[in-house]
Write a protein that binds this ligand. Structure first.
Ligand code: NDP
Length: 593
């Protein structure tokens, strides 16, 4: 039985008839699907009115072990550091790596990376779960391919390849010489007399730096679902961002006699579940909301194609992607002719058609009808992060794999034996939390105190205020990457690349003009806040989406507290323009002498 919208007394309602072909879908069909989307969203909001607080990322006390480094358990002893550097990065992922390269190009060498992990790589250091890969085409995602000459081995790179690539950048640009690992920055405080940042860490360091760059990523801190009883579970457990290979074995061979539970079905879980299904004795997947799953067209890099690539090929490729987003005057005029409501209707109908294709694929791939129904996502495409995997759906045809569909509610509690749902305890040996990461707190992980004792987190409480998402008034010489009010890009490194260039250009300007510190003016900041507001929340799309991290779990949030949605081309143009008018946009303090 296929459950789809069918005609009932001249109206569409959800019934058990076959999906009408796309060309024959009347508006009532789309309206019926939209109604179902709204019901599914409301159901989820009812179960978790507490929005973001249905998660916890305060991994202390009993929960501290979920945040510990499972790849480098020993902390290498070292003396504390009390010195001064020119540029200090908080975080050693792609933000720091690619900005360091841009700084190198401009002759800056006195660069230090301070990183919590045991090596560079950021997200690719921490996320090493079986099956990890990036969902953005490798030739676009891996930055600096023109500079390093590296050619990714596949259309979609594995996480392991990306992690190795990060390390090679650090080696090639001698970033290891000044990097400090296994070190968490705890406080970053501006000293107005010295015009220096004072950076303290959990290793007793007290470093000073002229410039500080918050490069700690938008999805860094693992979070756990706030489920009662997590700490009572007596089996083994860990978070996907801290995979425990000591327990599972490198090839998951230790799971052959284990009952495994996994909570969550987001992008991480979708890549992990096929591997667990293959290796575990039994696998229970606890689902609250299904992800959209699409085919992944992957292949090894064709050596003939690679041999023909000319110098500068990646920059050209990136430029082409940006140009493709620009509309011609004719296209703009055509678009302007369509009334706004009609534009939205057409977009929504096309979106629903896409979702129905995903439903059809699920029906084709999953044998058990009830399981197939449970795996169908009922929300607009892109309400949640889309996922791509060819083996995820067939995994549910394995006799050892069981989907526990909590129908939007989530696991009720966890007891000493395992997760509990609907009065039943699922006894598992190991429980894996695929419950994601705290979102976009870049820049406010540690205490950042600027001029006159202003605390960045405190300032943000009244609404995020930045210039370009990068600078914030009263925080001189501080740069924030991939934070609030930056442009949103599915390919994050694209955005980081532009921010890295902007930051390097600002520092270069300061050096060339004998400027000791640069601080955005309150007016420039206010202009940017209004730009962000202008492009956010222009449709009710966010509110209509099922809760997830894209819409702050359904919680109300101010229009300024999110990304700049005016488009990447416009964002780049704004950065250029801000730099072309440095004196108007920044308070520039000249160095004495
Ligand atoms: P997500 O935040 O996307 O997923 C968390 C999951 O946990 C959701 O399925 C959520 O359900 C579920 N959940 C939360 N509480 C409960 C509960 N009480 N019971 C049952 N389920 C629960 O985290 P991910 O780690 O999957 O992904 C985070 C992001 O990291 C991605 O969106 C992506 O940006 C990035 N990433 C990228 C990858 C790539 O490029 N391939 C791979 C992996 C991650 P619900 O949906 O109902 O909220």
């Amino acid at each position: 039985m296929v459950e789809y919208a069918g005609r009932k007394k001249g109206k569409f309602s959800l019934g058990s008839q076959a999906l009408p072909p796309e060309s024959e879908r009347p508006q009532e069909f789309y309206d019926a699907v939209k109604k179902k989307f709204a019901e599914e969203r409301d159901l989820r909001l009812k179960y978790r009115p507490h929005g973001l607080s249905n998660y916890t990322s305060e991994l202390s006390g009993e929960l501290a072990r979920y945040g510990e480094d499972s790849y480098n358990r020993e902390v290498t002893p070292r003396e504390s550091i009390n010195d001064e550097v020119e540029i200090l990065f908080i975080g050693g992922g792609f933000s720091a790596l690619l900005t360091s390269v841009r700084l190198h190009e401009k002759g800056f060498r006195n660069i230090r990376i301070v990183e919590r992990a045991g090596d560079v790589g950021g997200t690719w250091y921490w996320n090493r779960y079986p099956g990890i890969a990036c969902d953005v085409v490798a030739y676009d995602y891996l930055p600096l391919l023109d500079e390093t000459g590296y050619i990714p081995t596949r259309h979609y790179a594995t996480g392991f390849e990306i992690y190795d690539y990060c390390k090679s950048i650090a080696r090639d640009y001698e970033l290891y010489d000044h990097a400090v690992f296994q070190t968490t920055v705890t406080a970053t405080v501006w000293n107005e007399e010295e015009k220096l940042w004072h950076v303290e860490t959990d290793r007793g360091d007290h470093m000073k730096a002229r410039f500080v760059i918050c490069a700690n990523g938008p999805l860094t801190k693992p979070k756990l679902a706030a489920i009662t009883g997590i700490e009572t579970f007596r089996g083994h457990s860990f978070h996907t961002g801290r995979w425990d290979y000591d327990y599972t074995g490198q090839d998951l061979e230790n799971l052959s006699d284990k009952v495994v539970g996994i909570i969550g079905t987001g992008a991480s879980a979708v890549q992990i579940i096929p591997n667990l299904g293959e290796k575990a004795k039994e696998l229970y997947v606890f689902q609250r909301t299904p992800s959209t799953i699409e085919r992944r067209k992957d292949w090894p890099t064709d050596p003939e194609w690679a041999a023909k690539l000319e110098p500068g090929w990646q920059a050209k490729r990136r430029r082409k992607t940006l140009d493709a987003q620009l509309l011609t005057e004719e296209q703009k005029a055509e678009k302007a002719k369509i009334p706004q409501a009609e534009k939205i209707r057409l977009q929504e109908n096309a979106n629903i058609d896409h979702m129905m294709r995903i439903h059809e694929w699920i029906d084709d791939m999953v044998e058990d009808r009830a399981t197939a129904e449970s795996l169908k996502p009922w929300y607009m495409y892109m309400c949640k992060r889309p996922t791509f995997h060819n083996d995820y759906l067939p995994t549910y045809n394995r006799p050892n794999v069981h989907l526990v569909d909590t129908r939007g509610k989530g696991v009720d509690e966890i007891n000493e034996d395992g997760p509990v749902f609907d009065g039943k305890t699922y006894k598992v040996d190991v429980l894996i939390y695929a419950t994601g990461f705290e979102v976009q707190k870049t820049g406010v992980f540690n205490t950042i105190v600027g001029r006159d004792g202003v605390n960045l987190a405190g300032k943000y409480e009244d609404g995020i205020r930045t210039l370009l998402g990068v600078h914030s008034h009263d925080f001189p010489n501080l740069f924030i990457m991939a934070g609030y009010q930056s442009s949103f890009q599915f390919n994050l490194t694209d955005m980081l690349e532009w921010q890295g260039k902007h930051i390097a250009a600002c520092m270069d300007y300061a050096r060339e003009n004998n400027i000791q510190c640069i601080d955005p003016t309150a007016e420039a900041e206010e202009w940017w806040v209004q730009e962000v507001i202008k492009f956010r929340g222009t449709t009710s799309r966010n509110e209509e989406c099922t809760p997830g991290y894209y819409n702050f779990e359904g919680e109300f949030n101010r229009r300024q507290d999110g990304n700049y949605n005016g488009g990447i081309n416009e964002y780049i143009a704004h950065m250029d323009d801000v730099r072309a008018h440095m004196e108007e946009n920044f308070i520039l303090t000249k160095a004495s002498g």
